[in-house]
Design a protein around this ligand. Structure first.
Ligand code: NAD
Length: 246
């Protein structure tokens, strides 16, 4: 892998697909989340109905119920070989490393990753819409739940909806500016600002690598694209990075 000291890795829904968490799907211009509930036939939730501030304002019961179900589903999934390989890299890498995930599941931390940012929030957390306090949260979160910090009945899922500002952008941009290697794993390259990270890293001199099931919307921006399942590509990539150089 050459002379690399600082690494930034971006992951998306594809890294958790082999654990059984569905990615987004698009048909005829409609993007939706296909989820399984109570072992019935899969249900489709349009992004506009569950992933926007307007959806939360119009139908808080639906949005809270949707994320309650996603939170509960975490009990039935486990980290896969890709999450485990990234945790191995985190533990072994002596230079700077930042794993930025767009995922709201907790599989990276359960695999053991420590240098991790959830830029789009976390299922296992609640956010106060009044005072912005963020707290770990498990179990159902009914609309109107009281904030432990300010007392307002305003807790919502700690999810960054479309149109809201992702978390920790300052830290992420600083890490991208210092990166020697930027790797994007299992992300469609359709959701900004994450989709722009490759250009930012590249402009600052990083080598850029994409690992995805298929070339993504932003593939042309990468120095190299490897296609295949993350559970196979990521462990091989980590072996390559950690291989001692002669
Ligand atoms: P996406 O669903 O838009 O795209 C997923 C990408 O992963 C696709 O390009 C697909 O080809 C690829 N992929 C599918 N299976 C793969 C595999 N086994 N190995 C490697 N790649 C695979 O996801 P996104 O780009 O992360 O953006 C969607 C948004 O949806 C994000 O903001 C994220 O917060 C949210 N989301 C999160 C989860 C989760 O937390 N697990 C799941 C679905 C969506």
């Amino acid at each position: 892998m050459g002379d690399i000291r600082n690494i930034v890795i971006l992951t998306g829904a594809g890294v958790s697909a082999e654990s059984g968490i569905p990615t987004f799907r698009s048909t005829a211009g409609v993007t939706y989340w296909e989820v399984y509930e109570d072992d019935l036939a899969p249900r489709h939730y349009r992004i506009e109905d569950v992933c926007t501030p307007q959806a939360l304002a119009n139908d808080p019961a639906l949005v809270h119920r949707f994320y309650d179900a996603r939170r509960a589903a975490l009990a039935g999934v486990r980290p896969n070989a890709a999450h485990r390989a990234l945790a191995r890299l985190d533990a072994a890498w002596p230079g700077e490393l930042l794993l930025v995930t767009q995922n709201v599941d907790d599989l990276h931390e359960r695999a053991g990753s420590r240098r991790l940012i959830h830029m789009h929030g976390e299922l296992r957390a609640a956010l106060c819409a009044i005072c912005d306090a963020r707290r770990p949260h498990d179990g159902a979160l009914p609309p109107g739940s009281a904030c432990g910090q300010c007392g307002a009945p305003a807790l919502r899922p700690d999810i960054v909806f479309f149109g809201e500002m992702p978390y920790a952008m300052d830290r992420i941009e600083a890490a991208l500016a210092r990166a020697d290697l930027f790797v994007s794993i299992g992300t469609s390259g359709a959701v900004y600002p994450a989709a722009g990270f490759v250009r930012m890293a590249s402009a600052c001199g990083a080598r850029t690598l994409e690992l995805n099931l298929e070339p993504s919307a932003g593939s042309d921006w990468f120095d190299e694209t490897r296609t295949g399942p993350a559970g196979t590509l990521v462990p091989a990539f980590v072996d390559e990075v950690l291989r001692p150089t002669a």
